[in-house]
Design a protein around this ligand. Structure first.
Ligand code: HEM
Length: 283
C-alpha cells in the first residue's frame, strides 16, 4: 500500500480501518501535462530534427494501375464503432473530470450511461474484430520488431538498412492499441462494479457487495485508468490532426485513403488490399 499513499486519498471506514477512497486529483493535471509535453516535444522533433522518411523498396513495388484510386481501409461498421466509442470516451472524460476541477454538475448519471455505451461498443468491437476483421493485424509481429531495431539504430545515427514500409498498422499504432486495451478494460471492469454503488436501471444498488478496502482499491484503479486515458486521448487526437497523418484520419471518416498515400506508406505485401482492380489488358 505504501506506493499508493502519495497518489491516493484515504479515509477512515465506519469500522475504524484506514482505506483508500480514490486517486489524488492532482493526477488529472499531471496526466494532462504529460500529454501536453509529449506533443510539444514530438512536434518540435518533427519540425526541426527528423530526417525525411526512407523505406526499403524490396518487394513492395506495385503498379499503380492495379489499385483503385481510393484504397478501402475501414468498413462502415468499423467506423461507426470508432466514432461511437470516441463519443462515449469524451463524455466519460468530461463528466468524470470537470467536476474535479471546479465545474459542478450532476455528472454520475451521464457518466454511467456513457460507460454503458462504451462497454457495449467494446463488446461489439471484440466480436467484430475476432470474426470479421483480420484479428492479428493489430498485434506486433516479427517484421515490426526487426524494423523497430533498424529505426532505433538509425535514430541514434548508427548504420542500419532502412526499414520496410508498414503493414496496415505501424508498430506505434499497435503499441497504442495495447495501452488503450489495458486502460480501457481496467476502466470498464471496475466501472461495471462501481455501478452497484449508484442508482442505475440495471440492478439494485448494493454498496455492500465488497469490503471497504476492495471498493477503495477499485475506485483507485478506475481513477488511474481514467487519468491514463486523459494522456492517451490527447496523444491520439494530436496524431489524428497532424498533417502527415491526414490520409489515415480521412480513412476513419470516409472509409478509404488515396492510392498515392497507400503506396508511399504501406507495403502491399504486408497489407494486402482486397479490392484490387483488374490489371488493364489482363484476361
Ligand atoms: C474513459 C473512461 C472512464 C473514465 C475517465 C472514468 C473516470 C471516472 C472517475 C474519475 C470517477 C470518480 C471516481 C472517484 O470518485 O474515485 C468515476 C466514477 C464512476 N465511473 Fe467512471 N470512468 C470511465 C469509464 C467508466 C465506465 C466504462 C463505467 C461503467 C461501465 C464507469 C462507471 C462509473 C461509475 C458508476 C462511477 C460512479 C461511482 C460513484 O460515484 O460511486 N466509468 N469514473
Amino acid at each position: 500500500m505504501g506506493i499508493l499513499k502519495p497518489i491516493t486519498e484515504w479515509a477512515t471506514s465506519p469500522w475504524g480501518q484506514s482505506v483508500p477512497i480514490h486517486i489524488a486529483w492532482f493526477l488529472i493535471w499531471l496526466a494532462a501535462l504529460a500529454g501536453l509535453l509529449f506533443l510539444i516535444v514530438h512536434a518540435i522533433y518533427v519540425r526541426y530534427f527528423a530526417k525525411a522518411e526512407e523505406y526499403a523498396d524490396g518487394g513492395s513495388r506495385m503498379p499503380e494501375a492495379v489499385l483503385p484510386a481510393r484504397v478501402p481501409r475501414h468498413s462502415l461498421a468499423a467506423r461507426l464503432f470508432h466514432w461511437i466509442m470516441a463519443a462515449s470516451m469524451f463524455t466519460l472524460l468530461v463528466t468524470a473530470f470537470l467536476p474535479r476541477v471546479g465545474v459542478q454538475f450532476d455528472w454520475v448519471t451521464y457518466h454511467w450511461i456513457a460507460g454503458t455505451v462504451l462497454t457495449i461498443s467494446i463488446l461489439f468491437h471484440i466480436i467484430h474484430a475476432s470474426f470479421w476483421l483480420d484479428f492479428w493485424a493489430i498485434w506486433p509481429d516479427k517484421a515490426d520488431l526487426v524494423d523497430a531495431g533498424k529505426r532505433m539504430r538509425r535514430f541514434f545515427g548508427q548504420p542500419a538498412p532502412p526499414p520496410r514500409k508498414f503493414a496496415k498498422y505501424p508498430l506505434e499504432n499497435k503499441l497504442y492499441h495495447g495501452a488503450i486495451i489495458a486502460t480501457g478494460l481496467a476502466a470498464i471492469g471496475t466501472g461495471v462494479f462501481m455501478m452497484f454503488r449508484v442508482r442505475t436501471i440495471f440492478f439494485p444498488r448494493n454498496p455492500y457487495l465488497f469490503r471497504d478496502m476492495t471498493w477503495g482499491l477499485m475506485y483507485v484503479l478506475h481513477g488511474l485508468a481514467g487519468v491514463g486515458l486523459i494522456a492517451l486521448v490527447m496523444v491520439h487526437v494530436y496524431f489524428a490532426v497532424r498533417p502527415e497523418k491526414r490520409g489515415i484520419t480521412e480513412s476513419m471518416i470516409f472509409g478509404s485513403m488515396r492510392r498515392d498515400f497507400y503506396l508511399s506508406h504501406y507495403d502491399p505485401q504486408r497489407w494486402q488490399v482486397n479490392h484490387v482492380r483488374e490489371r488493364p489488358g489482363a484476361d
